[in-house]
Design a binder for this molecule. Structure first.
Ligand SMILES: Nc1nc2c(ncn2[C@@H]2O[C@H](COP(=O)(O)OP(=O)(O)O)[C@@H](O)[C@H]2O)c(=O)[nH]1
Ligand SMILES: [Mg+2]
Length: 340
């Protein structure tokens, strides 16, 4: 799972990439998309560590892909740049609020570019399918079915609706999965602007969950030692930083949840796709653990936190046994029994 940093060129994506991942953008790499890993700050991990005093603490992470961004008004004439955006499982749309002043218009323009790109992919597919249903081929019926769906999608996109709004079933969506349709990807909207600037109401109307950050300023602050940073922040009247909030929003958007393993050697956060089962979780740790899966011992983090100590967790009998098909919840602390 990967979050694409997207938007128009010059909106601050590479600056943000460095802030989130700590990886300096390499101008030689951006055209192929540069990948970096961001640590997900999670206070639950810190609390579990106070209980176990582990030798090692390992947080969950999320991968970001820096992309070169689109050039405004080129309407789909950006095949390489669009291909990189397609690689994102979710899109972090970065809007320029430091040299431009209309983030709502910028977001609309960017979404139009995505829509335009999807329409051209869909139009191509319609054309191919229309040709293929005319021939007496064994897959004609399947092609006919797909053609109906793809045409519905085409009409929706032409009306400016999103694919998500069609509420297609997983089966109906299946043939389109390989297209990497851009308007079907979850989006996090972020405006890159001075910290004392209020969010543009027109942007909030378009994207109620929109976030703001001053990427350049935060990058400069990140380079300071903690004392200096605190002094600067108080001078500027800044009470918190946006970095961790953005990583969290991206993590949620891409559809990941965290389960924990906790013991004396290591307390660790692990990624799992939302909806994943106990055996999927075991497989994140090791394929053997999934292969030999017997049972998972599961304790909900909130229960542990309320109990306050390992002894209380035991006394309250908070741990339960779950089988293979148990759907893991965000915050589950898990231990796997395996026969391998
Ligand atoms: N003032 C200000 N400048 C920024 C900010 N973010 C990026 N920049 C500057 O804008 C220019 C383009 O930023 P960059 O991250 O390379 O944009 P990209 O093309 O989207 O990757 C660079 O000179 C950055 O230093 C910001 O939040 N505030
Ligand atoms: Mg860049």
């Amino acid at each position: 799972m990967r979050v694409g940093l997207v938007g128009f060129a010059g909106s601050g994506k590479s600056t943000l990439f460095q802030l989130l991942t700590g990886v300096a953008p390499d101008p030689g790499k951006v055209h192929a998309g540069q990948v970096g890993v961001a640590v997900l700050h999670d206070p639950r991990l810190d609390f579990l560590a106070t209980l176990h005093s582990p030798k090692k603490i390992t947080p969950a992470t999320v991968e970001f892909l820096d992309t070169p961004g689109l050039v405004p008004g080129t309407h789909g004439d950006n095949p390489q740049r669009l291909a990189l955006i397609r690689e994102g499982d979710a899109l972090l749309v970065v809007l320029n609020g430091f040299t431009a002043d209309n983030p709502a218009a910028e977001l609309n323009a960017f979404r139009d570019e995505l829509l335009f790109a999807d329409l051209s992919v869909i139009a191509n597919r319609v054309e191919r399918l229309e040709a293929s249903v005319k021939k007496a081929r064994p897959d004609r019926e399947a092609s006919q079915k797909e053609l109906e769906i793809v045409k519905r999608v085409q009409t929706a996109l032409e009306d400016g609706a999103t694919i998500a709004s069609l509420e297609l079933t997983a089966d109906e969506k299946k043939p389109m999965r390989s297209f990497g349709l851009l308007t079907d990807k979850p989006q996090v909207i972020l405006v890159n602007q001075a910290p004392d600037k209020p969010l543009d109401p027109a942007l909030v109307a378009l994207a109620p969950e929109a976030l703001a950050i001053d990427a350049k300023l935060e990058l400069e602050l990140a380079a300071l030692d903690p004392e200096e940073r605190a002094a600067f922040m108080s001078d500027m009247g800044l009470t918190d930083l946006g970095r961790d909030r953005i990583i969290r929003a991206a993590y949620d958007a891409v559809g990941m949840i965290t389960f924990f393993t906790a013991g004396e050697p290591e307390v660790r956060g692990w990624n799992l796709e939302r909806g994943g089962s106990a055996v999927d979780a075991a497989g994140k740790i090791h394929t053997d653990l999934a292969r030999g899966f017997i049972r998972a011992e599961v304790t909900a983090y909130d229960g542990i936190h309320a109990a306050g100590s390992l002894r209380e967790v035991k006394a309250k009998n908070l741990q339960r046994l779950e089988g293979k098909d148990y759907i893991v919840k965000d915050g589950d602390v898990m231990f796997f029994r395996s026969s391998v």
